[in-house]
Design a protein around this ligand. Structure first.
Ligand code: SAH
Ligand code: SF4
Ligand code: F3S
Length: 480
């Protein structure tokens, strides 16, 4: 901590956003400059992101602010500023954070200038913040999901504060746009189209930590996509907890399908993806827009959660096994190339062997390319946490293993349909294991590794899929 305060008057800070945050970014630059004078080096900053694409995108925004403030961003965890952008969707996400905090304390003892910041979904839980205050008093700043755009201002206040600074909002209807972001990839980007969730699936904590559903205005989204395209982005991923209900709460309601039609018109954008689709809200209009589009990727992540209609009812999902399967058939009939992926929870309270068999049955029939499988995790404050008949650990483990085996078997069968075909591939990076290979993604979201070099990154090239390795392919670039 600095032992004096930089004396730009905070009262000079504009009241309106985002100008106010710009003011504080400039003020952060003074702290960075001061650090440099005292130590002879630029302060480093490291952000570690847990959880979903929303958090990834939020971290890009935090990085953008840090870069403008003059910090040197690093992958090393022994940085001068360490930020954990946390997730709390399952208990093991929380445990990982607690596990790392002790280690960070050790680093801080060696570097007294080090500052530790915690933000993200986990911080929106009162018990978590109490626990950190009590057991991890060396943390310098805590903020939540609703006021993440205040990062620059909070960073300045942290430098001026001698004790842990905690700034949490219970909710908000304020969305502050037009702040800088530093993208992980030059050629692709997530774009938030909505925040929060109103669905209250009975197992899920997200609505409690991310607040009520708020959609961004289409014009703001389009302006952001246009700016990204102008900056070399070819692929956008539209982000929301339930994109299919996009636009319903706007003053002038618009459908997700019509937003997609507009995004499609943006020149330079070649691929459009979106996450996540709730099956209950997937409209025929969306299927039509997808089927007719050149740019919307033929991939749909359609979380199943369970194949048992009784369990789906208790999960508050608003669809049945039959309606889910019928939706898959309708999608496949209209979009024959479609790749389907899903999320499945095992061991929801009261899940019987018969319920579980229904899940296996859907996995056999829906023909997923891949599936994320999760063990049910009890989240304090959610309705399901107090349901009787929590399933024993042994039973869950056995079901989880059986589900995983089936998902792997059916996934491999399903994706091997592409073997031998030549597909356009967006090259993402040099292969992490073999520098003679690059790794890219097809429009259906499948991964392929093939011989190539860093020059290919960000370009779309034709690749022949020579060998299916289960969840991914090996290939050869097709020239000419
Ligand atoms: N909004 C998305 C999901 C966000 S959370 C949707 O509705 O599909 C991502 C996944 O985490 C969920 O699809 C679910 O499968 C899983 N998940 C959420 N809460 C969970 C819990 N309490 N235990 C285990 N898995 C959970
Ligand atoms: Fe959670 Fe359900 Fe909302 Fe997805 S739709 S974030 S699973 S409450
Ligand atoms: Fe986790 Fe928050 Fe995403 S709880 S899954 S990071 S919305």
């Amino acid at each position: 901590m600095l032992d004096y305060t930089i004396t730009t008057e905070n009262s000079a800070a504009p009241e309106t956003e985002p100008q106010r945050q710009q003011f504080f970014i400039e003020k952060c630059r003074l702290y960075v400059e001061d650090f440099r004078i005292r130590t002879g080096r630029t302060p480093t900053a490291n952000i570690r992101t847990f959880g979903c694409q929303m958090n990834e995108r939020d971290s890009e925004k935090l990085r953008g602010i840090l870069a403008q403030a003059g910090y040197e961003l690093t992958e090393q965890e022994d940085a001068d500023l360490v930020i954990y952008n946390t997730c709390t969707v399952r208990e093991n996400a929380n445990l990982k954070v607690y596990g790392r905090l002790g280690y960070l304390n050790g680093l801080k003892k060696k570097n007294p200038l080090m500052r530790i910041v915690l933000c993200g979904c986990m911080m929106q839980e009162k018990e978590v913040v109490e626990k950190i205050r009590k057991s991890y008093p060396f943390v310098d700043l805590i903020f939540g999901t609703h006021n993440i755009w205040q990062f620059a201002e909070l960073l300045c206040r942290m430098h001026e504060s001698r004790s842990m600074l905690v700034e949490l909002w219970e909710s908000t209807d304020q969305v502050v746009e037009e702040l800088p972001a530093q993208r992980t990839y030059a050629f692709k980007s997530g774009v938030n189209i909505m925040y929060g969730c109103n669905n209250f699936c009975t197992y899920c904590i997200v609505p409690y930590v991310r607040g009520r559903e708020r959609s961004r205005e289409p014009k703001d989204i389009l302006r952001e996509v246009e700016a990204l395209a102008a900056d070399g982005v070819v692929e956008v991923m539209l982000l929301g907890q339930n994109v299919n209900s996009y636009g319903r709460t706007l003053e002038h309601p618009v459908s997700f399908a019509s937003l997609l039609r507009e995004v499609e018109k943006v020149e330079g954008i070649q691929r459009i993806r979106f996450m996540t689709s709730h099956p209950k809200d997937l409209s025929d209009e969306l299927i039509e827009v997808m089927a007719d589009s050149e740019k919307i990727c033929p991939h749909l992540h359609l979380p199943l959660q369970s194949g048992s209609s009784a369990l789906l009812h208790r999960m508050n999902r608003h669809y049945t096994k039959e309606s889910y399967l019928a939706l898959c058939e309708k999608l496949r009939a209209r979009i024959p190339e479609l790749s389907l992926t899903t999320d499945i929870i095992v061991g929801f309270p009261g899940e019987t062997e018969e319920d579980f068999q229904e899940t296996l049955d859907v996995v056999r029939r829906a023909r997923y390319d891949s599936a994320f499988t999760f063990v049910y995790s009890k989240r304090t404050g959610t309705p399901a946490a107090s349901y009787p008949d929590q399933v024993s650990e042994e039973v869950v483990k056995d079901r989880f293993d059986r589900l995983l085996a089936l998902v792997q078997e059916t996934g491999k069968e399903q994706i091997s349909r592409f073997t031998g075909r030549t597909m356009p591939v967006l090259v993402e990076h040099v292969n992490t294991q073999d520098p003679g290979l690059v790794t890219g993604r097809m429009s259906n979201n499948l991964i392929v590794h093939f011989p190539g070099d860093a020059q290919l990154i960000g370009t779309i090239v034709p690749v022949t899929l020579t060998e299916c390795k289960g969840f991914y392919f090996m290939g050869e670039q097709t020239i000419g």
